[in-house]
Ligand binder design. Structure first.
Ligand code: PLP
Ligand code: COI
Length: 339
């Protein structure tokens, strides 16, 4: 195994030893196969390639001080993959199959779970796609599930330091009654122009607004948005954003801390009134936002005025990460020990 610089891992692909695969054919799922190849052989007319009939997931496993590997809320990712499969009419991966395949791929690649104290983790990427051939626009009859893992560091190079975000108004990641609530590849293809525009202008990520009126905040690239105002945790309610499992978790932690939770449409104009703002997701963890710039109007909203993350975001971050690495009691039973 190559020597990995665990403390400085990017959020990127690093080859591990094995991945697992499973095919749905003739109306049923086959056995879980283990592969050491990074490549797949796919029919050139597969619906996943032509018509975007695919969905993916992202979750992480963490190594604790005790050396144990902890998998965070796999059941929520399994449920979301079922919802995404429903969204683009794919065969659903049963919870038990998902569970078995995820545990298997982690155990096979145990040595790639970063050591405790490095801030890194093992990212687990399940992918489900139509592998059956069709030329007409219709669902495939065959589906393939592949799960690979890769050790990662934080998504934003800033880590738990303020990031700069750009409000994008000239492209959308999802339509109002489209696929925004599903974790399907098409949403990410649609987001690429916004992502590259924001990077080109020196920002970490785009912020997308609601597509109907461009009045409310939807989400931030590959993360949900949250804000803190006084003792309230505020996060957008929208029909076109992905229901983040990280957001669901920190909402619970905010309640545990005695904060009020507001899940409602959040107008862009409100940004001015927030004490703290952040992006949250499996890859992004909790990333405090320092500045949000509206690329069209030039207006800048500033948070973290002293250059440091705010106290409530910090508390939420420390609690979440503490639970994930086994340092803080897992009161809500979010963690599965991989044995
Ligand atoms: N929103 C989008 C568009 C995402 O891709 C992700 C990443 O999965 C999230 C939000 C955060 O979701 P989660 O916390 O479940 O990773
Ligand atoms: C995740 O947080 O798991 C994501 O899916 C982000 C990814 C699109 C880079």
């Amino acid at each position: 195994m190559q020597q990995l610089d665990w403390k400085n891992l990017p959020f990127g692909y690093i080859k591990t030893d094995y991945n697992v695969r499973c095919v749905y054919k003739d109306g049923k799922w086959g056995n879980i196969e283990v592969s050491d190849s990074e490549y797949i052989s796919v029919h050139m007319a597969a619906t996943g390639l032509h018509y975007g009939q695919e969905a993916f997931e992202g979750m992480k496993a963490y190594r604790g001080k005790d050396g144990k590997i902890r998998l965070f809320r796999w059941d929520e990712n399994a449920k979301r993959l079922i919802r995404s499969a429903e969204g683009v009419l794919m065969a659903q991966v049963p919870m038990e199959l998902f569970h078995e395949a995820v545990l298997k791929v982690i155990k096979l690649n145990e040595k790639f779970v970063p050591p405790f104290g490095t801030g890194a983790s093992l990212y687990i990427r399940p992918l489900l796609f139509g592998s059956g051939a069709e030329v007409g626009v219709r669902p495939a009859k065959e589906y393939t599930l592949i799960i690979f893992v890769t050790p990662v560091g934080p998504y934003f190079k800033e880590g738990f330091n303020p990031v700069k975000i750009a409000i994008i108004r000239d492209s959308d990641r999802a339509a109002p009654l489209g696929t925004g609530t599903f974790k399907v590849g098409g949403n990410y293809a649609a987001s690429l122009r916004g992502v590259m525009k924001s990077h080109g202008a020196g920002f970490s990520s785009p912020m997308y607004l609601d597509t109907k009126e461009k009045k409310y905040i939807d989400e931030i690239g590959a993360a949900n948005f949250f804000a803190i105002k006084g003792n309230s945790y505020i996060t957008p309610k929208s029909d076109s954003i992905l229901a983040s499992i990280t957001n669901m978790s920190i909402t619970k932690l905010a309640e545990d801390l005695g904060m009020n939770v507001e899940r409602r449409p959040v107008a862009v104009d409100e940004l001015e009134s927030f004490d703290e703002a952040g992006a949250c997701g499996t890859a992004a963890i909790i990333s405090p936002i320092g500045e949000i710039t509206d690329l069209e109007t030039g207006k800048v909203y500033r948070f973290c005025k002293d250059g440091k993350p705010g106290p409530k975001s910090t508390k939420l971050y420390e609690t979440l990460v503490g639970i994930q690495y086994g340092e803080i009691e897992d009161k809500h039973n979010w963690v599965t020990i991989v044995e």
